[in-house]
Design a protein around this ligand. Structure first.
Ligand code: CA
Length: 478
């Protein structure tokens, strides 16, 4: 018996991933973050112009959530919430420029849980806003070797409209930072691993600037471009707090004055197509990987994006365009190919679901929904709506039918998505819908702490600390 134990021990030392029969093997995780990707992907059908064959391929491999929403419609708070398991109202991280590090201890983050559970945790690209990862929470972190090229294609006159930057580049895919980021992931998927791994790959596109190689622009001839559906006077029934978020006198007025709305739509579609190609390279590596059978995939966008809907551009609002994004899962042994789940979910589900599926303990502070029942059966009963917060005490609740927005000053919006998918008719003042609102209001977060001070970064997402180029982090202590 002793000899047998010794043999097992020797085997484990030589091949630590070969466990004795009966020992459950830990699932590896391929965690893919995409920056500023809204619901303009082929399989979600929101914009038929989108060309995303690889995101659609990934959706066909497992489960796509068609009603998936961010915890906050801004890079920094969305990512801080997802990675910590704490909503903006618990931490005070409501916007860019608010430093999450002092209020989210290292012990609480998602990657720390996986490190503590014996995983190697690799990161590349943008996981936290402004690449603000911390030593000790990753086995290795690679931010990419260099930024994107800046040389525009011949004939490009300028780089966009105000802060909305778009122009084709005279360069190869290989010259782009996201290409290198995918390459790091491809390398990790192909090599042997002594321990179970958590591989976080964070893509920058389709974040601004929408500068991607010319051939992606060529996929979307300008004469074929349609701007998104809008309704004249859409903001007339939106209360002041909502109009303030829309800022119609800002980007939208500038875009109308420039006459370049279609070009901007073309630029975003091109940036999405470029991103999709990088996801495709990673998926090819996944399919060829020796680890595939025990590697799950979770892909999420950090929030949505408006391109003129509600006279608004960018994120920074609580409507459908700003809050909805692709959310895809492939879990060997659990999900079935081609599954569509229409239950409302939000990105607070990422942390507890990953821990649950990998057999990693879920810390007490993490209260998001575990998606295992929906991953197994997309029609499973589900009573939990999706919740999005933008700045203190402004919340949006999304059920299968309704969006209910309640602003800090009491302003309200209510939309019926069965009849009004673009949220053109605000029903909040309809007395017959009081009970609907009351029921939805039960999901508003109870904790709404004060905003942290703004200590750095800009409002758009390129701010904060400079990227630490080509830096590989020292191995974590464990
Ligand atoms: Ca973002």
């Amino acid at each position: 018996m002793k000899a047998l134990s010794f043999l097992v021990l020797l085997l484990l030392i030589a091949h630590p991933d070969r466990l004795p029969a009966g020992t459950p093997e830990k699932m590896n995780v391929l965690f893919i973050a995409v920056d500023d990707l809204n619901h303009w992907v082929g399989h979600l059908g929101r914009n038929p112009q989108a060309k995303t064959p690889n995101l659609d391929r990934l959706a066909a491999m497992g489960v796509t959530f068609t009603r998936a929403y961010c915890a906050a419609p801004v890079c920094n708070p969305s990512r801080a919430a997802l990675m910590s398991g704490r909503r903006p109202g618990e931490t005070g991280v409501y916007d860019n420029g608010q430093d999450w590090k002092p209020v989210i201890p290292k012990e609480e983050t998602l990657t720390t849980q996986f490190l503590n559970a014996g995983y190697d945790v690799y990161g590349v690209g943008k996981i936290y806003h402004a690449n603000a990862h911390r030593d000790g929470e990753w086995t290795e972190y690679f931010t990419g070797d260099k930024g994107d090229p800046k040389t525009f294609s011949p004939g490009v006159k300028n780089d966009g409209v105000g802060g909305i930057k778009f122009a084709p580049l005279a360069c190869r895919d290989e010259d782009m930072q996201d290409y290198q980021i995918a390459s790091y992931g491809i390398e990790q998927l192909g090599k042997p691993h002594q321990k179970p791994f958590f591989l976080a790959v964070g893509f920058h596109k389709p974040h601004l600037p929408w500068n991607v190689p010319q051939h992606y622009y060529d996929l979307f001839p300008l004469e074929s471009i349609q701007v998104p559906p809008t309704q004249a006077g859409d903001l007339q029934d939106v209360p002041p707090s909502g109009v303030k978020m829309a800022k119609p006198e800002g980007d939208h007025a500038a875009m109308l004055a420039s006459g370049r709305w279609k070009e901007a739509v073309q630029g975003y579609l091109a940036a999405i197509a470029f991103l999709d190609a990088q996801v495709g390279r990673l998926l090819d590596a996944y399919e060829a990987s020796p680890h595939r059978e025990r590697t799950l995939i979770c892909l999420w966008g950090d929030h949505g994006w408006h391109l003129g809907e509600k006279e608004h551009w960018r994120k920074f609002a609580l409507w459908e365009e700003a809050t909805r994004m692709p959310y895809l899962w492939v879990v060997p042994g659990l999900t079935k190919p081609g599954t569509v789940c229409e239950r409302p979910v939000d990105l607070m589900s990422v942390y507890p679901t990953l821990c649950d599926l990998a057999g990693v303990p879920i810390p007490d502070h993490v209260r998001g929904a575990r998606l295992r029942p929906l991953l197994a059966d997309p029609a499973a009963p589900w009573q939990i709506p999706a919740v999005t917060t933008y700045h203190q005490n402004n919340h949006s609740i999304r059920s299968e039918t309704w969006r209910y927005i309640h602003y800090a000053n009491g302003d309200e919006e209510l939309y019926n998505h069965d009849q009004d998918p673009y949220e053109w008719k605000n029903l909040a003042l309809d007395p017959s819908l009081g009970l609907v609102k009351a029921e939805l209001a039960q999901a508003f977060p109870r904790e709404n702490v004060a905003e942290l001070p703004r200590t750095g970064g800009d409002s758009e997402g390129e701010g904060g600390k400079p990227i630490r180029k080509g830096r590989k982090q020292k191995p974590a202590e464990n």
